[in-house]
Structure formats: structure tokens, C-alpha cells
Ligand binder design. Sequence first.
Ligand SMILES: Cc1cc2nc3c(=O)[nH]c(=O)nc-3n(C[C@H](O)[C@H](O)[C@H](O)COP(=O)(O)OP(=O)(O)OC[C@H]3O[C@@H](n4cnc5c(N)ncnc54)[C@H](O)[C@@H]3O)c2cc1C
Length: 369
Amino acid sequence: MKNFDIIIIGAGPGGSVAAKVASENGYSTCTLEKELLGEKGRYKACGGAAAWELIEEINYPEEKIGRVIESLELHHVDGESYSKKGKGAVVWRSTFDKFLTDMAVDSGALLKDNELMINIEKVEDFYKISTNKDKYIAKYVIAADGVSSPTLKLLGWPFFKSQDVILTITKEMKTTKSYIDKILGSDTVHLFFGIKDLIPVGYAWLFPKTDKITVGWGNQIDLVKNSRKEFEKFWTLPYVKEALKNSTMEIFKPHLIPVGVRPKLYEENVFAVGDAGGMVDPISGKGIPYAMMSGQIAIETIKSCEKKDKLDKLGTTYEKSLDRRFLKILKAKRIARDKIFKDDESLKKFLKLWEKHRASEIVMKKLLD
Ligand SMILES: Cc1cc2nc3c(=O)[nH]c(=O)nc-3n(C[C@H](O)[C@H](O)[C@H](O)COP(=O)(O)OP(=O)(O)OC[C@H]3O[C@@H](n4cnc5c(N)ncnc54)[C@H](O)[C@@H]3O)c2cc1C
């Protein structure tokens, strides 16, 4: 039985940032990741869009970026389109997540990849964790194992409401850089909306990377009747057909996105981080920065409560810090999402406002009302 202060389940952005911060603060830390990471990391279905501030903050190397982005084109299927300027990047999640995992390992955190967590149980003041290869014991557990979080499921935590889960389909399409530049533009990502004629609550996207296009579609799961047919509606839009002409599919992957906060984020030394806690922007689906921030906040919470000898305050401190940093805004956006996707008129009003304002500004200043 291997003993650690903190065991982290999942080496996505949430888990790797938690591992790095924990190790830097002197905690013995082990991350368990079910996938084999190797040199190149593991595939993760994701648009991979990241704000430029994030790329700079972590010194993400230019050569690892899939494409530098300068604008966002918002298409409504009725014919209107809206343009939003702003620098960002699209990254391959295999490369991006491996970069963060390497940072954690460089800080001294132990990584056990290709190791599937299969059981967790509380024994007195500790957690016993079993994988397909070994057994571990830890005082604290960080559940950073994604939206379906096997850790939280085994511990009997409640799952998300169905209105708070988006079903997505991703296809990675290989084409050529010159064709992407010609059809989609060299520095533009494209989002597609339409409540009546495309997707009731969600959107679809074309995210160009170097010589590939990440094609995605997402709809609120309880509104999906036939995902294949509904995806087909997007796939056969004239603009999309043209963009994907002569391309070949390399990967097809359905995945879930949580767009509402999990009913519980902490209990008895277990912290839900990132997608496991539902920390995703309910309007855009952006989750990478929130996973990273929540991983950091979970460890800072442990450190500050231990220092003040206030371990009974771990849960409230964690939730208050999350709210202060970003979660309060995500919760407000969850309420606004229902207004935005009420009908196409409301949606177009939002898209028009989004051209000039940040979504958080539209929501917090109630510009939609
Ligand atoms: C289609 C799609 C498009 C998206 N596009 C964007 C985007 O453009 N920009 C953005 O910011 N966000 C995007 N997101 C959201 C983003 O991907 C997530 O919010 C982010 O990955 C959350 O990180 P995480 O660390 O919480 O979890 P994850 O990245 O899901 O990592 C969880 C890790 O846990 C591991 N794991 C699971 N079970 C076990 C187990 N039993 N034992 C050991 N390991 C386990 C998994 O293998 C995985 O590596 C998108 C999501 C989807 C589905």
C-alpha cells in the first residue's frame, strides 16, 4: 500500500494543475491516469480553444499551438452572421494536457499513467484507492476524472441534472492547410447556431488546426432524439460541406460536457475539480481554464485550512473561493443560457451583443433584458 498526502484521479488540466501546486507546496502527491500518456499524451475530444492570456500565462510554446486565432465567426442558419474579434489559440489537447502534466512531474509530483482507478473507499480518516495495478492510501482526494467522474460515482455523490449535460459529437477531419486558409480563413473559428432549424440548446463548430478541422456538435442531452440525424443537419449545411470537401475522417468521438455545477463539490476531504464538478461555461462550453483554476484552488484550500487549523472549514472555503474566482459568474450564465436559447429571436439578440461584449458582461450587466 503506497501512502500519499494527496491522490489525484485524472491527469487532465484540473488534475495536473492540482498536482503541480500540491507538489510545490510540499505535499506528497500521486496522479492516477487511466490512459497511457507516452510522449504525445492522450486524445481528448475538444475544440481546444484557449484565450491568449492563458497561453501567455503558462508560457505555452508557439510551436505547440494548432493555430493562432484572431476572430470568431458566428453563423445563424437563417443567414445572419456576426463577427467577434479577439486573439486566442486552438490547441491539440493531447499536446496541451501533456505540457501541463510534464510541469507537474517537473515540480516533483508522481504520475502513474496507464493506471485505471477501480475502487475508492473511506477507512477511518483515510481513503483507500485501488487501481488495476496497485493500492494507495491518502488523506485527501482530488476527483479530476472528468464529467462522468468514476471517483464521485463510487463515493455515491449525486450526478448532474439532465438539463445540465450537453451531448457532443466530435470528428477530426484531415485536409490541407492551404484549403483551410482559403475556405475558413487562416485565423478564424466558426460557430453555427439555429434553435428551430439546427440545434435547440447548443451549437456546432469548425475549429481549424494546422491541416485538420475539428468538427463539433453539441445539444442538451434530454432534447436529443437522434444524434446522428441531428448532426447530419449541420454536416450538410452548404458552407460546412464546402469546408469539408475532400477531407478524411481520422477520429469520431461522442463526449459529454457539464454545463451546471454538480450539487456537491466537497465532502470529507474529497474535492470535485473541473468537469467532475461541472465547472464549464454554460454558454460557450469553455472548461479548460476553470479546470485549471479549480485544481489550484482545491490545493490552496487544503493549505490555508491546515495552516489555520480549520479543517472543518474545507468545504465552505473551497466553495467560497471558487465563487469569488469564477463560479458565481458561471452560475449566472447558466440562468442566462435558458433566456438565450428561448427562441431564435433571443439567440440573435445575444449573438449581436456578443460581437461587441464579453458574454460575462452581457450576463452580469443584464444587457439581454
Ligand atoms: C467536444 C468538446 C469540446 C470542448 N471544447 C472546449 C474548448 O474549445 N475550450 C475549452 O476551454 N474547453 C472545451 N471543452 C471542455 C474541456 O474539454 C473540459 O472542460 C476540460 O477537459 C476539463 O478538464 P478536467 O481536467 O476537469 O477533465 P478531463 O480533461 O476530462 O480529464 C479527466 C481525466 O481523467 C481520466 N480518468 C477518467 N476516469 C479515470 C479513472 N477511473 N482512473 C484514472 N483516470 C481516469 C481521463 O482519462 C482524463 O485524462 C470541450 C469539451 C468537449 C467535450
